[in-house]
Write a protein that binds this ligand. Structure first.
Ligand SMILES: [Zn+2]
Length: 109
């Protein structure tokens, strides 16, 4: 047979309509509505201070450490402010309450 040339079909790929290659091929425009002024603080990653110092157990006798997690008025600062992890926040709470009982810390100021 002399007619062994395979006839390529170039029109198939070129003429195939690609429905998604049109106006939707641009970068994503919809990144979500962002309210201006919705976030006042720069996103700063808080790391637990006690974990960073590798303090396994908060000792109530180390009142100077415990006091850093309290306000001047003797209130325990929340995790949102201190950035302490849950494990250490529990230990801080216990230590503060022990220290108050031992009058190493005051209840108010
Ligand atoms: Zn921690």
């Amino acid at each position: 047979m002399e007619n062994n040339e395979t006839t390529p079909k170039p029109a198939e790929a070129a003429a195939a309509p690609r429905p998604h290659a049109g106006p939707h091929s641009g970068p994503h425009a919809g990144a979500g509505p962002r309210r201006p002024g919705g976030r006042r603080f720069a996103p700063r990653r808080k790391v637990c201070r006690l974990c960073a110092e590798k303090i396994q157990l908060v000792d109530y006798k180390q009142a100077q450490i415990v006091k850093t997690f309290c306000t001047d008025t003797g209130k325990i600062l929340s995790r949102r402010i201190t950035g302490a992890c849950a494990k250490h926040q529990r230990q801080i709470m216990r230590a503060v309450k022990i220290n108050r009982n031992l009058s190493l810390m005051s209840y108010n100021g």
